[in-house]
Design a protein around this ligand. Structure first.
Ligand code: V47
Length: 372
């Protein structure tokens, strides 16, 4: 059955999607220019179903942010603080290891660890942190440090990116999250995160991590001052690296939250924009397996709808989140396993609990009792 699209410019794109052909830069622009959200979502849902059937993934994870002290002062960020700021914090190693064990200890399969660019903490300190976590929680996957942090550790330790990645890997880093990519366009970066590494370096570090055998995620921050061209350029650049390395596992489009940032005059994204970005990323990133609707960023309500607009992953229990909450998010800090199951089932999908590598996690009855 050929659907009736309101926007006829999408018909040739449907033909490509149906044939499994790669979409071009211009197709990306056409998609962003169109308001026919249902048509865009229809195509993205088709691709999701082709790749994953009815399966939607979630995981039981915990976020850990060891410090919010950051030398970068990015305008987009409400999380980072200077060391002098009395409200800033830096956890001790003992505190980090203790915090990691709080909450749903027996069921957590992943610690997601990111923090500010601290002017004094050393690479050895971070290695010690990872070793301590591995020793205490040997079954938990450590998804740690963005490309931006790797670059900072390299600068501080006077080692190459590759050497830093090797040291962290030896200490227990199992994979890397996708943050810090923001938007690769240099003119936009100059305004939203001028002290951060440039897009080329972010992509280069991702390539090195992949060459070293680590899988990573990737992200795109939208809804600030970027144009549609910048978003399509960002997606195409990620797709090009993925063609070379195959190391990206999941893409997470991140909506800009302006509250408490120097860019707070910018209005928040809308549900329409959030769903459009999920769907267009599913259509453009034909070589990345998973698209995540990060419920903390989208709200659980919109993340649930995103499962029918191309997303096959809703992230995890999270437990305690700082980056979005500092930027004004009012959604809950953590969801329980049963909440995630309900969101997924109601969207007509089949929930599959996964570990970070997308292996199915089978729970025993006693584990279910703890998680219920
Ligand atoms: O790196 C910072 C962004 C990222 C703001 O890899 C902001 O599985 C919006 O990367 N408004 C952190 N965004 C979140 C992130 C992430 C989340 C969930 C899963 C994974 C994964 C990665 O959030 C930062 C930055 O790009 N960010 N400040 C803000 N005010």
């Amino acid at each position: 059955m050929i659907p009736q699209f309101e926007d006829q410019r999408l018909v040739p794109i449907l033909q490509k999607v149906t044939a499994g052909e790669r979409l071009s830069f211009e197709d990306g622009l056409t998609l962003y220019d169109s308001n026919d959200l249902l048509a865009i979502g229809y195509m993205a849902n088709m691709v999701r179903e082709r790749k994953h059937g009815k399966t939607v993934y979630f995981n039981v994870n915990r976020h850990i942010n060891p410090t919010d002290v950051c030398v970068a002062s990015c305008r987009l960020c409400a999380f980072g603080k200077t060391k002098k700021d009395p409200t800033s914090y830096t956890m001790s190693l003992e505190e980090i290891w203790h915090r990691a064990g709080e909450g749903y200890t027996e069921s957590v399969t992943e610690f997601h660890i990111v923090g500010g660019l601290h002017p004094e903490l050393t690479l050895d300190w971070y290695c010690e942190m990872l070793r301590g976590l591995k020793q205490r929680f040997p079954q938990v996957h450590l998804k740690a440090f963005t490309m931006v942090e790797i670059s900072w550790f390299a600068k501080r330790s006077k080692l190459s990116h590759r050497e830093v990645i090797r040291k962290l890997r030896e200490a227990g880093m199992d994979s890397m999250p996708g943050g810090g990519a923001e938007i690769f366009s240099e003119s936009v970066r100059r305004i939203i995160c001028d002290h951060k590494i440039d897009g080329g370096e972010w992509l280069e570090i991702a390539k090195i991590a992949h060459e070293e055998g680590l899988k990573t995620n990737c992200t795109m921050l939208y809804g600030h001052i970027e144009a549609a061209e910048d978003r399509v350029d960002h997606l195409v650049k990620l797709r090009e690296v993925q063609d070379q390395t195959g190391g990206f596992v999941t893409f997470i489009p991140l909506a800009f939250h302006p509250d408490n940032t120097p860019l707070q005059h910018i209005p928040r994204t809308t549900g329409f924009m959030d769903l459009k970005n999920i769907a267009i990323s599913r259509l453009m990133l034909d070589n990345i397996d998973h698209i995540k609707a990060y419920w903390v960023m989208m709200t659980p309500h919109v993340a649930q709808i995103a499962l029918r607009f191309g997303a096959d992953d809703i992230d995890g229990t999270v437990v305690e989140e700082k980056i979005y909450h500092d930027a004004g998010s009012t959604v809950t800090q953590g969801l329980r396993r049963k909440d995630l199951l309900r969101l997924i089932r109601e969207a007509g999908c089949e929930p599959v609990e996964r570990d970070t590598r997308y292996n199915r996690v089978e729970r025993t009855e006693s584990a279910f009792a703890i998680l219920a």
